[in-house]
Design a protein around this ligand. Structure first.
Ligand SMILES: Nc1ncnc2c1ncn2[C@@H]1O[C@H](COP(=O)(O)OP(=O)(O)OP(=O)(O)O)[C@@H](O)[C@H]1O
Length: 327
């Protein structure tokens, strides 16, 4: 990619399937070295977008450049510069881990002189060096996923696309995959473009784009997106909860309720508000906690559904219902 250029640069990108517009003229860019998360409910257009960026699908309009090259005019160059780790595994179970990688190296034209070293390097990176001579069919789900990540890295791509890299894996394996992703960024100076349905994982991304109904509806750092939701949740335990609720309404104009045994209310910049609360509330406070808005709150505010609904395939249905209810 040219010096100073973006790793992914999308302008007016559109995809129509017949009359339906799956991607509606989106625009965004990803900086080199970023871990960029792509979120959205089912049918939002994420896969369609990724497929266009990976040159697997031709755009109906607009442009996309990946690693500095146009996905239509320079398709083959783009392909050489990207790695793909998609949900459907394409590993060959009868081959060993090492044989799978060797096959891929030939497919990508990795020079023979460097293949063996490179295979060793990526297998070490994902902790599979000791299992390199075992058939892949004996691997656990997490090991297969790690081998796929190793394979995606083999030809030293500039941009690695990961489609739900940790889906269906146990929390421990998910954590270790993330550890590899973080190491990767340091070791390979690679840009990572990923989709995930796990909000706790989206937190690890440098920036997140939320897509809904073919458009990018939000794009920023996880911190900025959460701050954009506005209000923090403050919970206090007091000597007299009923009096505290009344006083919070009178003095600060905030509506507090009892929730799980604590007086709970929402306020902008909760941490800065707490000293004022202690100074001005007549009722003694026994304990206080402040919770920032979560990425779940962010997702909900932009798409009208939680990521779990979206994951369960109920996202579209929920959204329609919520919109109808708001009317
Ligand atoms: N080959 C196709 N032909 C017709 N319509 C398609 C095709 N591929 C996708 N679509 C439609 O485009 C829209 C976006 O689909 P897409 O798969 O990109 O969404 P997504 O955000 O990746 O969803 P998911 O999270 O379920 O994978 C959907 O309405 C889908 O039905």
């Amino acid at each position: 990619m040219p010096d100073g250029g973006d790793a992914v640069e999308v302008d007016g990108l559109t995809k129509r399937f017949g009359d339906a517009e799956a991607v509606r003229g989106i625009e965004f860019s990803v900086r080199p070295g970023e871990v960029f998360g792509f979120l959205g409910p089912n049918g939002a257009g994420k896969s369609t977008t990724i497929n266009m960026l990976c040159t697997l699908l031709r755009p109906s309009g607009g442009t996309a450049r990946v690693a500095g090259h146009d996905v239509v005019a320079e398709r083959d160059t783009v392909r050489r510069n990207i790695g793909l780790v998609f949900q459907d595994t394409t590993l060959d179970g009868y081959l060993t881990g090492e044989q799978n990688l060797r096959f891929h190296a030939e497919l990508y034209g990795v020079p023979r002189s460097v293949t063996t070293d490179r295979i060793g390097q990526v297998l070490e990176m994902v902790g599979l060096w000791d299992r390199r001579r075992d058939r892949v069919q004996t691997f656990s789900g997490g090991m297969k996923r790690r081998l796929e990540i190793a394979r995606g890295l083999l030809h030293s791509p500039r941009v690695l696309f990961l489609d739900e890299p940790t889906v269906g894996l146990d929390p421990q394996t998910r954590a270790s995959i993330w550890e590899y992703i973080r190491q990767l960024r340091e070791a390979e100076e690679i840009t990572i473009f990923m989709t995930t349905h796990y909000m706790d994982e989206a937190e690890y991304c440098d920036r997140i784009a939320i897509m809904d109904s073919g458009r990018i509806v939000a794009l920023d750092t996880p911190e900025a997106l959460k701050a954009g939701v506005g209000e923090d949740r403050v919970r206090i335990q007091t000597a007299d909860d009923r009096a505290a609720i009344a006083e919070i309404a009178d003095r600060f104009g905030l509506e507090a309720v009892m929730s799980e045994g604590a007086v709970t209310f929402r306020v902008v910049a909760g941490e800065a508000f707490v000293p004022r609360l202690f100074a001005e509330l007549g009722v003694p406070i026994r304990s206080v906690s402040v919770a920032r808005p979560s990425l779940d709150d962010v997702f909900m505010s932009f798409t009208g559904s939680t990521i779990r609904d979206a994951e369960a395939g109920a996202g579209d249905h929920m959204r329609v219902m919520m919109r109808a209810m708001r009317r």
